[in-house]
Design a protein around this ligand. Sequence first.
Ligand code: SF4
Length: 91
Amino acid sequence: MRVSVDADVCYGSGECAFRAPAVFGFADGYGFVLPGRAENGTDAGTGRDGEPGQDAGSGRDGESVDDELLRDIAERCPSQAIRIDGKRVTD
Ligand code: SF4
């Protein structure tokens, strides 16, 4: 599962970073996916700690964010800026 934020759509509620700080950051009024957190538990592309194929967000610092939570965060993003596998998530 791959997660991303469309910065052109995000209006900066900060909710994603609040709910899953292991995956999302917030800076300059916009949410973003932390480096190395976009793809299934890999850490900055090095594979350190995380195993590809596990939940996005598992890996660095041992924190785990499961796919269901990420999908829920994407559904609740007030601007629907969060993409899962490149697609907008709606409930
Ligand atoms: S929850 Fe959505 S609108 Fe809010 S900061 Fe994150 S991506 Fe942007």
